[in-house]
Write a protein that binds this ligand. Structure first.
Ligand code: NAD
Ligand code: MG
Length: 389
């Protein structure tokens, strides 16, 4: 029986993880749940799964959750500090990091320091501070298992292989809702349109990132740190059907891929169950329905965010951290119709140019670079035509 702390339990990944838990009561027990502001769903989840504790990070919601759970002897804790503490409890075996954005960094690092098994969905943690996170994980004997479908695919392809035989990884990208579109079309795109992803249903932030291809850029950097790769070993190809979740090319020219229907419950279940594969009766791939699996190059010129992220990966230092912070700010602004679709790339670039470069950042440097980048990006957002209305 694995005892789980599910951070971000009310999100897209968190709720699907709880579906996996509910289907396998003999394998998993929920010890901790956490959410930011969706108190109603957190209360419902706590009543159903009866964890020892829940953590609420939005202070405004704490009282409501406390009142609701009073009679169930479930501890209700609040704030980021509590989040960093619960993941270190002896009663927690596996931490699922499913918080969105930079906000997930601190709790992930705390779990690393305690040498836990971490099923990591929160890619921004590795984008911001991948070098520190992976180094500490090695020192503390913490195990990081990817939840992101591409990285789960790569991880699965590498089982039983000699790491030295890896030549490169090839991340597949669906291309998002605007595949094949050009800037003259993208300039008028609104959030409601960008939120309609063809293959996956996900949280709002990652759905916008998928439409700009920033998501694939974040995933390149995530892959670099997760699998200890040189920049040149990380490649991307567009594969609109999202059946091949990614590939590994070996030094003898062989390529392995992992395939499946686009359903995040698969990589979530794999990460929680690892090293065991858990049987399920989810829909299988019927290859007769997919007579064509196609591939095409990425349009870096149109989807500038991917180029920006790739360059940030090569530049290193605090640049990916700065890029990530700027992206979080402009995506939030785009979701509120405060900036245009193409403006997002301009503002991210300008933020990278504005924040001073640090080649070998400490954790404190990352935290201050994140704050500084958010200030610059917010100022650029304010100057947008759309923000003026
Ligand atoms: P989501 O927006 O649906 O859920 C986010 C969760 O984080 C919620 O439970 C929310 O309460 C919590 N949260 C938000 N802000 C917080 C804060 N400041 N402090 C503490 N908790 C906070 O997001 P999601 O789509 O589930 O994505 C979660 C992570 O998983 C992201 O890093 C994303 O990139 C990654 N991921 C998601 C998918 C997917 O299919 N949704 C696929 C691959 C990777
Ligand atoms: Mg992914």
């Amino acid at each position: 029986m694995k005892r789980l702390a599910i951070l971000g339990s009310t999100g897209s990944i968190g709720t699907q993880a709880l579906d996996v838990v509910a289907a396998n009561p003999d394998k998993f027990k929920v010890e901790v749940l956490s959410a930011h502001s969706n108190s109603a769903l957190l209360i419902e989840q706590a009543r159903k799964f009866r964890p020892a504790a829940v953590v609420v990070t939005d202070e405004k919601k704490v009282k409501e959750v406390k009142d609701a759970l009073l009679m169930l002897s479930i501890k209700v804790l609040s704030g980021d500090q509590a989040l960093a503490e619960v993941v270190q409890w002896d009663s927690v075996d596996v931490v699922l990091g499913a918080i969105v954005g930079f906000a997930g960094l601190r709790s992930t690092l705390a779990a690393v320091e305690a040498g836990k098994v971490i099923a990591l969905a929160n890619k921004e943690t590795l984008v911001v501070a991948g070098e520190i996170v992976m180094q500490r994980a090695a020192e503390k004997n913490a195990t990081i298992i990817p939840v992101d479908s591409e990285h789960s695919a790569i991880f699965q392809c590498l089982v039983g292989e000699d790491p030295a035989a890896l030549e490169k990884v090839i991340l597949t990208a669906s291309g998002g809702p605007f595949l094949g579109r050009k800037p003259n079309y993208l300039v008028n795109v609104k959030a409601s349109h960008a939120l309609q992803h063809p293959n996956w249903t996900m949280g709002a932030k990652i759905t916008i990132d998928s439409s700009t291809l920033m998501n694939k850029g974040l995933e390149m950097i995530e892959a670099k740190w997760m699998f200890n790769l040189a920049n040149e070993q990380v490649d991307v190809v567009v594969h609109p059907q999202s059946i091949i979740h990614s590939m590994v090319q070996f030094t003898d020219g062989s390529v392995k891929s992992q395939m499946g229907l686009p359903d995040m419950k698969l990589p979530i279940q794999y990460a929680l169950g690892y090293p065991q594969r858990i049987a399920n009766n989810y829909k299988r791939v019927d290859f007769k329905e997919y007579s064509k699996l196609t591939f095409e190059p990425v349009d870096y010129k149109t989807f500038r965010n991917l180029e920006i992220a790739r360059n940030a990966m090569f530049k290193g230092g605090n640049t990916p951290c700065v890029m990530n912070a700027a992206n979080e700010v402009v995506v939030n602004a785009f979701l509120h119709n405060k900036v245009g679709f193409l403006e997002m790339s301009d503002m991210i670039e300008k933020t990278i140019d504005s924040v001073s470069f640090i080649e070998h950042p400490t954790l404190e440097d990352y935290i201050s670079s994140d704050i500084e980048a958010r200030e610059y990006a917010a100022a650029f957002v304010k100057k947008s035509q759309l923000s003026m209305y």
